[in-house]
Design a protein around this ligand. Structure first.
Ligand code: ZN
Length: 287
């Protein structure tokens, strides 16, 4: 397992972590100031400064991407499926233009939440079938551009509205069915926040294999958690044994960036430089 105590060369900042403190250019400049080498931007943050300006700011600050967030939200009714497909193809195009190593996918839950305006449904089984069909379709487009797709299983508390793929096992089963030859075009983004509770997580990590491990995200699980979406903890402030998860993914051969992704009303109130300094310190001490 890599020793992070002496530096933060493998730290990446997911830009949602500081989304309220400044625009993407300000965030990239701050990362540059702190000697952070990698970032993972969100589409809405890119859109608000413009794609060309975002590309320039990546270069100007000596950054690389550890991922691009995000595509997916596949379940849709018939009236919204063409728009869903176009939207995902654009996400692939943007990821390519920004030089991302993968497009992270949050697959969506029931269609009315995944693609608002879609007819309401309670059929999560049908939603999962839609996910698989739409993912197979997007895989062809992304494959033609050489952009790997990273499925991120989400904690089951998000099954209705954000992701009906809730375990690493489910995500890897999809990979096995859609990319049986492990071409590297389809893999997973493993986020400790979403999988730490799963009794099967270590066995499933052992099943991933290097070519399917496309991204590794960290933050912490707070007890109590006050908000289902926006109360993630800074690493070290909660109950996840992060080094144990990191040791397991590195035992699979993962040697990439460890991406800090914190959605937190509390941390969004803290000045940008202070958040980044804290991420660096925790990356060295508890990740
Ligand atoms: Zn994540």
């Amino acid at each position: 397992m890599r020793d992070f105590s002496q530096g933060h060369e493998w730290l990446s900042i997911n830009t949602a972590t500081v989304r309220r403190q400044g625009d993407l250019v300000a965030i990239f400049e701050a990362c540059g100031r702190h000697g952070i080498r990698a970032v993972s931007p969100w589409r809405d943050q890119v859109a608000s400064v413009g794609l060309e300006r975002a590309i320039r700011a990546v270069k100007d600050n000596g950054l690389v991407l550890s991922g691009y967030c995000r595509g997916g939200m596949f379940p849709a009714d018939a009236a919204h499926s063409a728009g869903m497909r176009d939207d995902n193809c654009r996400a692939v195009d943007e990821a390519k233009a920004l030089g991302a190593p993968c497009l992270v996918l949050v697959v969506g839950g029931l269609p009315q939440f995944s693609r608002p305006g879609s007819a309401a449904s309670k059929d999560i089984f049908a939603a999962r079938e839609q996910v698989e069909a739409a993912l197979a379709d997007l895989l062809e487009y992304a494959g033609s551009l050489g952009m790997p797709l990273a499925l991120e299983p989400l904690h089951p508390m998000y099954a209705a509205d954000r992701s009906c793929v809730n375990t690493l096992s489910q995500a890897l089963d999809l990979c096995d069915r859609l990319d049986p030859h492990r071409s590297g075009r389809l893999g997973v983004a493993l986020d400790g926040y979403h999988v730490w509770w799963d009794p099967d997580v270590m066995a499933q990590i052992a099943r991933i294999g290097r070519e399917r491990l496309l991204a590794f995200h960290v933050c912490d699980w707070l007890v109590p958690t006050g908000d289902l979406l926006n109360d993630r903890g800074m690493m070290g402030d909660g109950v996840i044994d992060i080094p144990r998860l990191r040791a397991a993914v590195e035992a699979q051969g993962f040697g990439g960036f460890v991406e800090v992704e914190i959605f937190s009303e509390r941390w969004w109130q803290v000045p940008l430089d202070e958040v980044l300094a804290t991420c660096i310190e925790r990356h060295r001490s508890v990740v």
